[in-house]
Write a protein that binds this ligand. Structure first.
Ligand code: UT7
Length: 334
């Protein structure tokens, strides 16, 4: 069987226009900029327009156009779209197929949404990587996009301040140039379904469809047990990162950059400390954009590439953890 090396060809990101600061939250709920900053590291987040034009597939279009330009590719060069989201534009059809049309892709490429919450981008890259490795496809667009502002419960002040909207993408493809060191080295993905109650949204599916009564209450929104999630997050992120590094036969000191899921600055710092990553190697964007679930890792990665921090040839560890409970880790030479 053929076996191809894979690499990140290009990345992009896109956020809604509207900035919603901690002070804006303090005007509508009992909170303060001081509490949110100290307990989470978040200063502001973006909230998408309800008028349209900034739904997940719209943000994905903007981010993909940037990635295509960076990779010097055309929309029809994409063979597969994997769209990771827990907040799709519609129940049906998938965001991936909507994005295919919005991008003007006419090659009838495969298109699918995946639900792996905050680990969705890493799950998507893992799937793309293995399909490219085996020769099934040549190039995949992996999207992490969310509109979490629709699903936050303003009656739960500990969690509503955590989330934001945004999108990050990566185009993954073959690397057939033996002189090009860029490569996805290892990926690890996993889940522990027993932690389901730590972060869930109970209504709106087949088991508990929305009813007029439910729609009048906050039961319709996402519900998180913050302390439990916090504890499991640090342990799981550390374990899965260590296992991805071991599979790549690398030590943490070999890594140039750590791009963790952006859930809480204290989770990022605790995980970095446990892994032994110096603070200056940790990429952070939670202060500006909060927790955008599947979009945190690709936006943090892309932002650091754009800022000239992450350069071609650098070794990068990316790790995420989220509802499910899902987790994933990638080791790449960018
Ligand atoms: O992406 C998926 C992964 N996400 C996560 O893993 C999130 C993990 N969890 C967390 O980030 C944190 O647990 C939170 C930020 C959600 C909460 O932080 P905490 O340090 O665990 O706070 P707490 O819930 O224990 O609340 C401490 C105090 C309470 O007051 P009392 O009971 O001590 O008087 C809360 O009522 O802070 C109060 N509080 C607030 N005060 C002002 C909670 N939320 C707020 C708020 N503003 N927004």
């Amino acid at each position: 069987m053929s076996f191809f090396r894979t690499k990140i060809l290009g990345t992009g990101m896109c956020y809604p226009q509207r900035v919603f600061s901690n002070d804006d939250f303090a005007k509508i709920i009992d909170t303060s900029d001081e509490w949110i900053t100290e307990r989470t590291g978040i200063k502001r987040r973006r909230f998408a327009s309800l008028e349209g034009g900034e739904f997940p597939s719209d943000l994905a279009k903007g981010a993909t156009e940037e990635a295509l330009q960076n990779a010097n590719l055309k929309p029809n060069d994409i063979d597969l779209i994997i769209f990771a989201t827990i907040t799709p534009d519609y129940r049906l059809p998938s965001c991936a197929t909507i994005l295919q049309t919005k991008l003007g892709i006419t090659n009838q490429c495969a298109a699918v949404d995946i639900v792996a919450a905050c680990s969705g981008f890493i799950y998507g890259v893992t799937m793309a990587h293995s399909m490219i490795q085996t020769g099934l496809i040549k190039r995949a667009l992996v999207v992490g996009a969310e509109m979490l502002s629709r699903e936050i419960n303003l009656e739960d002040r500990a969690s509503c301040i955590l989330f934001g909207d945004g999108c990050g993408v990566a185009i993954i493809g073959r690397n057939e140039d033996a002189n090009d060191p860029s490569e996805i080295l290892t990926t690890k993905i996993g889940a522990d379904g027993t932690g389901r109650e730590f972060f869930q949204q109970e209504y709106g599916g087949s088991a508990n469809p929305f009813t007029p009564e439910v729609l009048q209450t906050s039961a319709r929104f996402m519900a998180m047990q913050g302390k439990e999630m916090f504890r499991v997050a640090v342990r799981t992120l550390t374990d899965i990162s260590t296992s991805a590094l071991e599979a790549a036969n690398l030590k943490i000191s070999d890594i140039h950059w750590f791009v963790p899921h952006q859930a809480n600055i204290r989770i990022i710092e605790a995980t970095g400390n446990r892994l032994g990553v110096p603070a200056e190697k940790v990429i952070i964007n939670i202060n500006e954009y909060a927790n955008t679930s599947a979009a945190t890792v690709p936006t943090a990665f892309h932002g650091a590439v754009k800022a000239g921090q992450i350069k071609r040839g650098d070794l990068v560890l990316m790790s995420a953890f989220g509802a499910g409970l899902t987790a994933g880790s990638l080791v790449v030479r960018y």
